[in-house]
Design a protein around this ligand. Structure first.
Ligand code: AMP
Ligand code: GLY
Length: 422
């Protein structure tokens, strides 16, 4: 089958490497892909938000199955357009992708269907939002309603910070129209867990749990990033908690979306916080997480492409979905300065014996060299029988990969290891 994958980061590289193992997949096109993905797929220079040209490409190149990975094209309705052309897709239609596209929508959904989440209020008016902050508990969390490249969440430690965040979003429009509406939310505490799931709207199968490391520096210090590393499974996510989440969060969410006539098909991502009052939803994503995918898919022992076909056909109940009991660790290597300004264009060296490198921000030079081209450059994943082993192997491999100005966190997985001791 001729398969098209929309997107061009480490997550898409992980999806591509996995579907490549399927005997059903004969050719893979990545739109736009990147210099590293070019080793595993044919990269086509069409951006993930260029919907018209993506559809045109799919038609002209007889694409038989499309996987839409990033949030933007999903929320913009790419799956709707491709399906209208008769192309089967893995990914939700726009009316379901709103679960990530609008935080006000997802909060109201959770409230209406009794799904545990932080207390909140939604505001369309700046003065009303500011008045609310006068008497609310601090710290408080301010969220832009729409997509904001993962940066639309501010944890305000003081009233002044909260006021500034609301003004930035609603008055100065730092996130554009995404800040027309803001959600002001209760600050929750507890370990965070990411759970990705396959669902066709009738069946929901959670994947192995994982833990992201969002801050730039060791010890969870520094600025928020797109993710500096991940481990799976997440030791805080015990069997008991998993059962509770399925009953109180996952299935109720799937059913709620059906009741709203927004049946969700694709990968539904649950960002959870295990609070003293039980697990609560911090966020939904309408797609695979990045860099969670880079530890979850290497642990999948089944055929990812077949599962995706089942999801698209509405026959997920018939799919074989098995995860190994092993652990995995992904360490992201970034350009010094990320998530702020950084230099690019440095040559990347990856020795043959480093097996699993998922490339995110890199391009090929005219003479075929792989050059850094982004903040997060690549992720190195290793699998082990235990979490300790996976972490040790991942860092050994990281030391073999090199480029100028590289930096990475040295403590990916350490918090998880401590949790296991307790
Ligand atoms: P999000 O973009 O929604 O994933 O939020 C980014 C991060 O902000 C989350 O991973 C949490 O660490 C933190 N966060 C979001 N909402 C809350 C909340 N209500 N209480 C505490 N932390 C939060
Ligand atoms: N790792 C968080 C996300 O993909 O949004």
């Amino acid at each position: 089958m001729r398969v098209m994958v929309v997107g061009g980061g480490g997550r898409e590289h992980a999806i591509i490497k996995k579907i490549k193992q399927s005997p059903k997949v004969t050719e893979i096109f990545a739109l736009p892909g990147n210099g590293g993905i070019a080793a595993d797929a044919t990269c086509v220079d069409i951006g993930a938000k260029d919907l018209d040209n993506i559809v045109k490409f799919a038609k002209e190149n007889s694409i038989e199955f499309a996987i839409v990975a990033p949030d933007d094209p999903l929320v913009m309705g790419l799956v709707d357009l491709l399906k209208a052309e008769g192309i089967p897709c893995f990914g939700p239609t726009a009316d379901a992708a709103i679960i990530e596209g609008s935080k006000a929508f997802s909060k109201d959904l959770m409230k209406a269907y009794g799904i545990p989440t932080a207390e909140y209020e939604t505001f369309e008016d700046l003065e009303e939002a500011l008045a609310y902050l006068e008497n609310c508990k601090i710290p408080v969390v301010i969220k832009a309603d729409g997509l904001a490249l993962g940066k639309g969440v501010i944890i305000a430690e003081t009233k002044e910070q909260a006021q500034k965040a609301v003004r930035d979003m609603m008055e100065d429009k730092v996130f554009g129209d995404s800040g027309n509406v803001v959600v002001i939310e209760e600050f929750l505490t507890g370990p965070e867990v990411s759970v990705l799931s396959f669902t066709d709207g009738k069946t929901l199968i959670p994947m192995v749990s994982s833990m992201d490391h969002k801050r730039a520096l060791d010890g969870d210090k520094g600025l928020n990033t797109g993710g500096m590393g991940t481990i799976a499974p997440n030791p805080y996510y015990t069997k008991e908690i998993a059962i509770q989440c399925e009953e109180e969060i996952f299935l109720p969410t799937m059913i709620a979306m059906n009741k709203e006539h927004r049946s969700f098909s694709g990968c539904l991502y649950f960002g959870l916080m295990l609070t003293p009052d039980g697990p609560k939803v911090i966020e939904y994503n309408c797609r695979f997480g990045d860099p969670e995918t880079q530890v979850v898919l290497p642990l999948l022992d089944s055929d990812l492409f077949e599962i995706m076909e089942h999801v698209a056909n509405g026959t997920l109940a018939d799919a074989e979905v098995n995860f190994a009991d092993d652990a995995a660790c992904c360490v992201v290597m970034a350009s010094e300065g990320y998530p702020q300004s950084y230099e690019k264009g440095y040559e990347i060296t990856i020795p043959e014996d480093v097996d699993t490198v998922y490339v995110a921000g890199a391009k090929l030079s005219e003479d075929g060299k792989l050059l850094t081209n982004g903040g997060r450059v690549l992720g190195v994943t290793e699998r082990g029988a235990t979490l300790e082993e996976a972490i040790e192997k991942a860092y050994k491999s990281v030391e073999k990969v090199s480029f100028d100005n590289a930096f990475y966190r040295k403590d990916i997985g350490q918090r998880a290891l401590k949790a296991k001791e307790n």
